[in-house]
Design a protein around this ligand. Structure first.
Ligand code: C2E
Ligand code: MG
Ligand code: MG
Length: 570
């Protein structure tokens, strides 16, 4: 190919490239537009005739300060090229995002003769980016801001509060009994409830507050600009909380069902940014737990007392951990007797011999142990110790026939490996499983009932038996009760306590005894303190008893002496 031909074909290539999909513009060294392509006209709305002779200022959106363009020119003159994101304006006034790259064309002497600018319309990218942002910052179920965005906005609210010295409030909203909704109505309706709650909050509040979903059944509202006076801020925050309670008080329609969805609200105020977002969230959550404890469907404000309780709780968890390692737990034994007054066994009751505090009752630490998960290792220790006791007793005639009842918390029993764990303990200690009785509570039945039945069956087949503790205080469906391989019902002590004063307690005790009988279970009454209570229960047909009237929970040595005394008939 001769030189002329080569130049010609290069021109053709250049022309074709110039008419590509990308929007192109060529200016002279002074920036006066010489040529634009068709894509340019399509994107900007300016024809070639309108653009040629103008400068790229034609496209300025007004969104960038003059320094932006000054810097662009400086780079361009210095390096010969510039590339970046830029906002431009179409002929119809619409502003759009562009990816712009400009290159200088130089002659043989190195002088700039032209500039070639290529634009890529980023509108589509921007839309995609917005979508990605929605995914990253909004909860897909409710379309409310998610935790991430909430933290951002809260941080911002704190800075604004700091600047203006104006109060704001954080409201932590938690749906009451949501777990039950999920397990009774199913997850789909559970989701529907969350969506409907979000819609109600959004519809009436999102103008004035930030509403977000933290996750699960937890929502948060941020109220800003509540004035410079604390009292006034409290009043306004209270009004905000009350509004939320009212909005959610109306029943929800879940499929065919009407559902009364109630919430508990914890509130904390902020002024300035001295307290961080995490701290505030924690405070509002604590206050929410107070609201739950106060009977739900209400709101509570965070205060110093709550903080104190929370700190104490944290210390208690640490001390419990030490107790495990330092062998500070002991078991006490409370006798269980039959109708003739013979000792048939004992319930083992956990005590914490806490240095400096004396014997601590389980009521004071079991709830914390459950919350912190420490109930699992503690429960293992109780089972192991009880099994060792059974083995030691197997050798002694006065004790060999006694059963030991062990309280097992719902959390412990729900562990997927509970059956294997207990089987391993029995194996390891060599205890007779037929002497071991596990006391379960009705709270266990809120979770997966089929799994509970399966585990009970597996343990029953190796000889372990079961009692249902505190019966009558929880929620038990008779349908479940019939399917559980239970050996025993324990009438809760609250009914026993009132036998002499409340006729309804007599009726309940009577019903439980009849129920147990009809299902082939024995019935134990617990908390018997007087001869009169024992007599009433005996008349009703109860066959096993436990209570201070017969014997308090006592250390092992005392229990041994107790059994030996009663064997000698005194
Ligand atoms: P529970 O299983 O219903 O145990 C009966 C509770 O009633 C015991 O309280 C016992 O001391 C008390 N009691 C027995 N007779 C009478 C009486 O005549 N009058 C009165 N007023 N009370 C009586 P304790 O030992 O404080 O245990 C409280 C609860 O702590 C137990 O209730 C049980 O739910 C839980 N607990 C105890 N030990 C363990 C354990 O090893 N593991 C687990 N998970 N929970 C345990
Ligand atoms: Mg018990
Ligand atoms: Mg009980």
């Amino acid at each position: 190919m001769n030189l002329l031909g080569q130049a010609e074909s290069e021109l053709r290539i250049a022309a074709t490239a110039f008419d590509s999909q990308q929007c192109m513009m060529i200016t002279d060294a002074q920036g006066v537009i010489l040529r634009v392509n068709q894509a340019f006209t399509k994107t900007t709305g300016y024809s070639a005739a309108e653009a040629v002779g103008q400068t790229p200022r034609l496209l300025r959106s007004g969104r960038h300060p003059p320094e932006f363009y000054a810097e662009m020119w400086q780079t361009l003159l210095g390096t010969g090229s510039w590339e970046g994101e830029i906002w431009d304006r179409r002929k119809n006034g619409e502003i759009y995002a562009d990816w712009l790259s400009i290159n200088a064309v130089r002659d043989a002497a190195g002088r700039v003769t032209h500039y070639v600018a290529a634009h890529t319309d980023l509108t589509r990218h921007k839309e995609a980016e917005a979508k990605i942002a929605r995914l990253a910052f909004y909860d897909p179920l409710t379309q409310l801001p998610n935790r991430q965005l909430l933290l951002d906005r809260l941080q911002h609210a704190l800075s604004v509060s700091q600047l203006g010295q104006r109060y704001g409030a954080l409201l932590f909203v938690d749906v009451d009994d949501f777990k039950t909704v999920n397990s009774v109505l199913g997850y789909e309706l559970g989701d529907q409830l969350l969506r409907q709650i979000a819609d109600r909050l959004k519809a009436s509040l999102c103008e004035s507050y930030t509403i977000a979903r933290l996750g699960g059944d937890e929502f948060v509202a941020v109220l800003e600009d509540l004035g410079g006076a604390c009292d006034e801020a409290v009043i306004q925050a209270k009004a905000g909380g009350r509004k939320i309670l009212e909005l959610l008080a109306e029943p929800f329609q879940l499929g065919e069902q009407e559902h009364q969805g109630e919430v508990s609200i914890g509130v904390t105020l902020f002024l300035g940014s001295a307290q961080g977002v995490d701290e505030l969230l924690k405070q509002a959550e604590l206050a929410m737990y107070e609201a739950k404890a106060a009977g739900r469907n209400c709101m509570r404000f965070f205060d110093a007392e709550m903080q104190r309780v929370a700190t104490q709780r944290a210390e208690l968890v640490a001390a419990l951990r030490e107790a495990l390692a330092g062998r500070q737990f002991v078991l006490h034994y409370q006798p269980q007797v039959d109708g003739e007054g013979r000792i048939v066994g004992a319930e083992v009751l956990l005590r914490w011999d806490r240095p400096g505090h004396g014997m601590v009752s389980p009521a004071a630490f079991i709830p914390v142990a459950e919350d912190s998960g420490l109930i699992l290792p503690i429960g293992d220790w109780v089972l192991e110790t009880a099994c060792q006791r059974l083995l030691a007793w197997a050798e002694e005639p006065a004790f060999a026939q006694l059963t030991l009842s062990v309280n097992v918390s719902a959390q412990q029993f729900s562990r997927s490996d509970f059956v294997d764990q207990l089987a391993a303990i029995l194996e390891r200690t060599g205890a007779n499983p037929h002497r071991l009785k596990l006391e379960l509570t009705e709270s266990l039945l809120i979770d997966d009932v089929e799994a509970v039945i399966g585990k009970m069956g597996a343990l029953q087949s190796i000889g372990v038996s079961f009692a249902l503790d505190d019966f009558g205080t929880g929620y038990s469906s008779l349908a479940y009760l019939q399917r559980l391989p239970l050996d025993q019902l324990k009438i809760d002590q609250s009914f026993v306590r009132n036998l002499q004063t409340e006729h309804s307690s007599v009726v309940i005790a009577q019903t439980i005894i009849a129920l147990g009988r009809s299902m082939g279970m024995s019935v134990t009454a617990e908390g018997i303190e007087t001869e009169e209570q024992r007599r009433i229960l005996a008349d009703l047909g109860c066959n096993l008893y436990q209570g201070y009237f017969f014997g308090r929970p006592m250390p092992l040595e005392d229990f041994h002496a107790f059994v030996e005394r009663s064997a000698h008939g005194d």
